[in-house]
Write a protein that binds this ligand. Sequence first.
Ligand code: 3PG
Ligand code: MG
Length: 410
Amino acid sequence: MTSRDYLTIDDFDVDGKTILVRVDLNTPMDMEGNILDDMRIKSHIPTVIDLEDAKVVLMAHQSRAGKNDFTTMKPHSQRMSQYLGKEVKYVDDIFGTYARSSIASMKKGDVILLENVRFYSEESITRPASEHSTTHMVRKLSPLIDIFLNDAFAVSHRSHLSIMGFTETLPTGAGRVMEKEISSLDRGVKGGERPCVFVLGGAKVDDSLTVAENVLSNGGADRVLVTGVVANVMLAASGVDIGSTNLKFIESQGYTDQIERGKAILAKFNGQIGLPIDVAFNDGGKRVEVHVSELPDGNLPINDIGLETIVSFSDEIKAAKTVVLNGPAGLSEVEPFALGTHEIIKAAVQSEYSIAGGGHISAEVRNLGYEDKFSHLSTGGGACIDYLAGAALPGIEALKTAATRYRLNR
Ligand code: 3PG
Ligand code: MG
């Protein structure tokens, strides 16, 4: 028995047991259904390997209803089979007769992947575990399953059926991805080796400011460096005139009120927030560097942090013992404006403990071939930022509740 407040594979005798594992295989796919990035698929292989003496039933989602890549799990099962070196059988049913008979006839060592769980619309209703646990999906599948594992950290910020429902009907624990996400992110958010620096960028300004407030109030971080749209909002909050185009962009994203919030944060955590000292404008696709004290009147968009900022942020990042990156420093998908993001990534891996989270920055980490250089590359986007912001993730809370119940009943 571990001393954690949730159970893991190590807490159960899995030999010969039928184990339902909620995984997050949600993957970028093109119009032909080809997988563009298989990081998430790969991530769950250790969990499946550790269950090799069990019968493993995988459940996952791909995209959302209405989107082009809302499709079946067949390509995922094929890719997973390749990584695992044995068949992951695709079953194009979720909890109907075919799914249930497939589960009932499994042998030790078998692995199946059920159909896209979001094909069933009740999956995506947000409600508590107690309500999800009485649904048809849970009632039909639970009698066939011995243990439920939630390994889908990246969707555990959603109180969805397959994340919550089985935690009330079955012995429940975390898979290896979930375990690693929680322990690795805790090392960043609850403070690991000092100094600890957070670099917050990207366009989700409200979430990033919540992360900044959380880690600076609870002492999790010593410094927060801001980049991306977050930096533009904070520059405006500090009294810099960032120009009408940049202000309009902030307004179009619904973040104008974040400028006031930014002022309060700067006043409260004076000296702990690092702002860019220069920026790169996008002048018809060309990179133009300007110091923030010399920003011209005009309408050019700020698309990256400037060179001097890159140098000073990089120095600070390299000197830190723990670094957490969330969100790109600029418009990283456009070549001249990926510079800030790339240099921040290169600096981060030189610190003792480095974490990166969020879809855009993870993509750039992989573009650079740096995925193995990070201490932890989170599989989560929204889930990662919510976790860093100190929010309780419903899927993780459900694991804790289930552990308490399990221990009481023994
Ligand atoms: C993700 O890709 O962020 C997770 O798989 C959750 O997907 P969602 O944002 O569509 O709920
Ligand atoms: Mg998402």
